[in-house]
Design a protein around this ligand. Sequence first.
Ligand code: PBG
Length: 339
Amino acid sequence: MTSHHQSGAEPAYGTPRPRRLRRTPALRRLVAENRLHPADLVLPMFVKEDLTEPRAISSMPGVFQHTRESLKRAAVEAVEAGVGGLMLFGIPRERDAVGSAATDPDGILNVALADLAAEVGDSTVLMADLCLDEFTDHGHCGVLAADGSVDNDATLLRYRQMGVAQAEAGAHLVGTSGMMDGQVGAVREALDHAGHLDTGIFAYAAKYASAFYGPFREAVDSALVGDRRSYQQNPANRVESRREVALDVAEGADLVMVKPAMSYLDIVAETAAHVDVPVAAYQISGEYAMIAGAAERGWIDRDRAIGESLVSIKRAGAHIILTYWATEVAGWLNNGREL
Ligand code: PBG
């Protein structure tokens, strides 16, 4: 008997009752319009040169700067959980004005890529951040001109070399994330000339100058003073993302990414509606920290907030999501848990 009878009210026949489909976990599962799969999730990882044991990142509880050894173990764990791929960031011992360690085959990012290529090979998709900010002593994503501005075209020369170094180290995809104009075309050309026709470009196509990158600065021991507003996008702009994404696709991007994710779901939806390459979104360090921090204080239900944030990114139109929770959430999904 329904509550209508118990309360004596006449059931209103013909009343649409959407709640019927929400009654049990099985009904909700059957009619879910979007669901996450472990293969949708990409795990960003940090590896630091000369580290003897993994080091916790205080603003990202549960995330570590890895040693080469602990990186391999975490990568195997992620692959066994079925994640779609790994995105690698390197933190070198020494930094200089042009980010020399980024293009050195013995530089930390390149040796770690080779380690992972040997360890997990083609059982996952190996990706690397293609940007100079972890490698420069000033912390900017490119090389500087005499007046201190970031020199777009001089930076492209470095990105070309970096892309080739990462392809040679074993990256399946290189993640152009520096927001220099022409970077996708430049890296594509360099890869092709070096014979790396099959190495793809995962373009951070719409990337905003965001305060939510904050914890990432700690994650990579960033030397940056100031901000990246002269090359990353203004959060006020939406139409501009169409242009950025279209340019990257025209220059040869194999996949495009929107970043950050949660404050930019309109951009994710718009990008998904306009391109015919796979669309990804990056749930960045500050998004992670907000949920982790509030959950630590008991202010929100951690696991539900994680699940809700990820499915909202998928609902907006991202088929691939970069998240520091990738391995953990893949485990939940493998156990059939309702998010
Ligand atoms: C550039 C890069 C950044 C992030 C990914 N690639 C930093 C930036 O653009 O300032 C941020 C990722 C995160 O915050 O989780 N190397």
